[in-house]
Design a protein around this ligand. Sequence first.
Ligand code: FAD
Length: 460
Amino acid sequence: MLRTCRVLRSQAGSSTGGWQPLSFDGGAFHLKGTGELTRALLVLRLCAWPPLVTHGLVLQAWSQRLLGSRLSGAFLRASFYGQFVAGETAEEVKGCVQQLQTLGLRPLLAVPIEEEPDSAVKAGEAWYEGNLSAMLRCVDMSRGVLETPSPTGNILMQLKMTALTSTRLCKELTSWIRKPGASLELSPERLAEAMDSGQDLQISCLNAQQNQHLQASLSRLHRVVQHARAQRVRILVDAEYTFLNPALCLLVDALALRWNGPGEGGPWVWNTYQAYLKDTHERLRRAVEAADRAGRAFGVKLVRGAYLDKEREVAQHQGTEDPIQPNYEATNQSYSRCLELMLTQVSHRGPMCHLMVASHNEESVHHATKRMWDLGIPLDGPVCFGQLLGMCDHVSLALGQAGYAVYKSIPYGSLEEVIPYLIRRAQENRSVLQGARKEQTLLSQELKRRLLRRGLRAPH
Ligand SMILES: Cc1cc2nc3c(=O)[nH]c(=O)nc-3n(C[C@H](O)[C@H](O)[C@H](O)COP(=O)(O)OP(=O)(O)OC[C@H]3O[C@@H](n4cnc5c(N)ncnc54)[C@H](O)[C@@H]3O)c2cc1C
């Protein structure tokens, strides 16, 4: 194991002169147990089967009916839940995180709650207040699960806005933000002031009930970030659908005004930018420049984007322009341009600017490591990498063992809470799961190698 670490570390090129590309050839699978590798291979093979992802919820209901909830629960725990979820209790999550830490990986905890767009079921302030408590516990857990929080390593946590504020309100706000002339009333400054003072906010385009819900949502967001700041946990806000994102950005901007100011040691609130949207590079450029001008810290999670099918469906239904890049190649180019913009910014602004390269794409990871080397950005500094728990371990492990900061996005919670969330994530990441063929090949090669070795060692 030590030898593997040394080989992988040397590939980062930090100590040996020139930049060397990391090899994502499964070498780092040495670090994992045979049971884990076998489970990963079986689960990833199953996930690459489209009907399982499309009809996941129906199949789960059937398995419960046929096998009974105990047996079906045991099967899920040994397979999908075990592969993609940290556990249910704080102890189980801690165990998972400690295991990741021994492999050079860090946790990015994510509470698996979300509101379905347009859902009438999950309405009412009580539901959002319950989610607030879960988020506050997640902040505590993000700090508490680390055996040895390193002095340089940042503690990060993922946050889905629509767990704390309704999609209906965000849709309404988005439609107002898009109207010319509405920007003054809906300024981040005004929301930040209301957040801080707790004073009643009256936005003329919203009715009394909506104004009340906005006020309550601002207060919840404020409490989460205030607590996170106190615990030194940085909050990474997820990007969602384009019919919600402008409202989410407004809320993030308001939080950033309050918590990312000069001298705060931030960024404490980061936004997510989805490279698959046509206007992302331009929006990112404007945001970077605005933060730079104001001397504010700036944090970005850069992703390709998860809601492609739904976005295209909505655009077609409404007869509006498709907001997504015309093809995968164009999304890749957009991702590279955004990456370049952010890395250049990090090299100018140092720790005032942070970036998470949240991608499983080997080309993007190579690009990032190469440019970090060119620009003299330290391996474990303001730039980090992010992948989902249970996915692309050959990339995460190689990065982590080479000394880069790598975070695994980790959902946790009970089987009932997490399985529907996982199925939705699997549907959104269908292309990644179907494209995980290389990982499957590497896993089966490693397993065959172990079997052969065992066979050779067995006495005749
Ligand atoms: C830590 C982490 C956090 C994340 N947070 C978010 C988030 O907040 N919001 C969010 O939306 N997603 C989020 N994602 C998911 C992310 O957006 C991608 O869906 C996922 O990571 C797959 O992209 P990739 O770069 O890993 O892999 P790749 O396999 O290289 O890329 C697949 C992606 O390319 C794009 N694509 C595929 N086909 C086409 C096409 N025909 N035309 C245009 N584009 C195409 C899509 O975005 C697709 O998801 C997150 C992912 C990670 C790892």
